[in-house]
Design a protein around this ligand. Structure first.
Ligand code: NAD
Ligand code: MG
Length: 392
């Protein structure tokens, strides 16, 4: 029996994870849950899964949950704040941690889980974008396994031979082909992009996801963050990663070998597949996902990404090439710009403008400590909110 902690349990990935776990009560036990402020959602999960621990980042929400849990006589201990998140991530009965908090806020508890020697199921790509080098160093030091949940990276993981991480050329690998759906505005004209609404941006054609990653998919920043994620996870140089727009989202990514072979992983676009893969690895188990019907899919299309209409992708390549604190700055500016867009304070096409302005104002420094990275993140957020004021 494996003990699991789900960080970000009330979100899209968190709920899909609990759905998969519920199908295998003989294999997994939910030990700890963590979220931000959705008290009702967390209370329902505590009733159903009876975890030992539930953490709410927001102190007020933790207080409300504590009262509700006590009133119902549930066995769950409620903890709060950053320390509470870390306790959920490092609970002694936890073997595997699903890291599915959104944004850089997911970094501290995920790092705590690494240091505590837990197997990491990594959905929170922002952790790697902010602190890739340090994060992977800690992973190596702790000797823990990191299984990618992001569908593309999970696909790449499945298509790579064992031990290829950081040694792609030695394993005959020439390129990683990172697929992208192209998002809801793939075919929209440049001038129409200015007027799109948050609701339109969040209506993804293939995947149902949280609002932040949905906007990221619409700007292609999601793909940019994924390039950086692949760089750190697999030791691939940015020029070894080719972004391929594939609107059907049936191929979840590919690995190209020097002999001309291309290995792909296919499946219906449902995150329960990578979640079940990572939970059970190296075994396989049922996920609840419908089997792929290729006759219904009928065709697979491919096209290059349009970097002119979607400048965020180019900005991410620039940041990873600049190195140091640049990806952390890119990520922080993006989080602010996406939030401002969701609040309807700026238009869709202002998102890349804000990120570009913040990147131009903050010189990259060496990412030699977590403190330096978190300081770059904090400073970039201040600059980004100033840019929102100027551009709003
Ligand atoms: P979501 O918005 O649906 O859920 C986010 C979760 O994080 C919620 O439980 C929320 O309570 C929690 N949270 C937010 N801020 C927090 C904070 N400060 N402290 C503690 N908890 C906090 O997001 P999602 O779509 O589930 O995405 C989660 C992560 O997984 C993101 O990093 C995203 O990029 C990645 N991801 C998601 C998908 C997907 O299909 N949804 C696919 C690939 C990767
Ligand atoms: Mg993805």
């Amino acid at each position: 029996m494996k003990g699991v902690a789900v960080l970000g349990s009330t979100g899209s990935i968190g709920r899909s994870t609990l759905d998969v776990i519920e199908r295998h009560p003989d294999r997994y036990r939910v030990v700890a849950l963590a979220a931000n402020r959705d008290v009702e959602g967390m209370l329902a999960q505590c009733r159903r899964h009876r975890p030992d621990l539930a953490a709410m980042a927001d102190t007020q929400s933790a207080e409300s949950l504590r009262e509700a849990v006590a009133a119902e006589g549930l066995p769950t201990k409620v903890v709060a704040g950053e320390e509470g998140l870390a306790r959920a991530a490092t609970h002694p009965e936890v073997d595997q941690v699903m890291a599915a908090i959104v944004g850089a806020a997911g970094l501290p508890p995920t790092l705590a889980a690494v240091r505590a020697g837990k197997r990491i199921l990594l959905a929170n790509k922002e952790s790697l974008v902010v602190s890739g080098a340090l994060f992977m160093e800690e992973v190596k030091k702790a000797g823990v396994e990191v299984l990618p949940i992001d569908s593309e990276h999970n696909a790449i993981f499945q298509c790579l031979p064992a031990g290829a991480r950081g040694a792609l050329a030695e394993h005959g690998i020439s390129r990683i082909l990172l697929t992208a759906s192209g998002g809801p505005f793939r075919t929209l004209a440049a001038d129409a992009l200015e007027k799109v609404t948050p609701e339109q941006a969040c209506a993804h054609p293939n995947w149902s996801m949280g609002r932040k990653i949905s906007v990221d998919s619409a700007t292609l920043m999601n793909k940019g963050l994924e390039v950086i994620e692949a760089h750190w996870l697999f030791g691939a140089m940015p020029e070894q990663i080719q972004v391929v727009v594939h609107p059907q989202s049936v191929i979840h990514s590919m690995v190209q070998y020097v002999d001309g072979s291309v290995l792909a992983q296919l499946g219906n676009p449902d995150m329960r597949t990578p979640i079940a893969h990572a939970l059970a690895w190296p075994e396989r188990m049922e996920s609840g996902v419908e089997p792929l019907d290729l006759f219904q899919v009928a065709r697979l299309d491919f096209e290059p990404p349009d970097m002119a209409r979607f400048p965020c992708l180019g900005l991410a390549f620039e940041a990873v090439n600049a190195g140091g604190t640049a990806p952390a700055v890119l990520n922080a500016a993006n989080e602010v710009a996406v939030e401002a867009f969701l609040q309807e304070r700026i238009g869709f096409t202002t998102i890349p403008r804000i990120i570009e302005q913040v990147l131009a104002r903050q010189n990259p420094q060496a990412a030699d400590s977590l403190e330096t990275l978190l300081e770059a993140d904090r400073h970039a957020r201040v600059l980004a909110w100033e840019a929102v004021e100027r551009n709003g």
